[in-house]
Design a binder for this molecule. Structure first.
Ligand code: RB5
Length: 141
């Protein structure tokens, strides 16, 4: 799997920590920035990651900003993107099972590192259930 990561300054520290957490997995990580805590604009980084996923250059993406809200809004502007903002493992799990989320948004100023790792792990490991949920997803696009 190719997984793209992107953040603004508010999500930078969490992006770095999650990148390290994912190192043990047999996946290719594409880090689209940002590369420091200097202030940048979340729409730019949400777009970069969404374009990678929408084009198929990455299978899935995880984006980070202060709350996860701005960058999830940015990502969901792009056709084919289903970016789930999750603040707990249940939301992350259900976003895979029912929404086939192809992007996850996390808030660096909202989550502790341990809960963020748990959210990422369940999101990475949960499969889409298909069936009636696919019909609903088809209605989105
Ligand atoms: C940046 O200060 C902050 O507004 C941004 O990271 C994000 O939380 C926006 O939704």
């Amino acid at each position: 799997m190719k997984l793209a990561l992107a953040s603004d300054h508010g999500g930078y520290a969490l992006k770095e920590a999650i990148k390290k957490h994912l190192e043990n997995r047999d996946i290719e990580i594409i880090d689209l920035g940002t590369d420091s805590e200097d202030s940048v604009d979340y729409p730019i980084f949400g777009k970069k990651c969404a374009e990678m996923v929408a084009s198929g250059q990455a299978d899935r993406g995880i984006v980070f900003c202060g709350t996860g809200i701005g960058i999830s809004i940015a990502a969901n502007r792009y056709k084919g993107i289903r970016c789930a903002l999750a603040t707990n493992t249940f939301m992350a799990e259900m976003s895979r099972k029912h929404n086939n989320s192809n992007m996850l948004a996390l808030g660096g100023r909202v989550l502790g590192l341990e809960e963020a790792k748990e959210i990422v792990d369940i999101w990475m490991d949960t499969e889409f259930e298909g069936g009636r949920h696919q019909r609903r997803i088809d209605m989105l696009d």
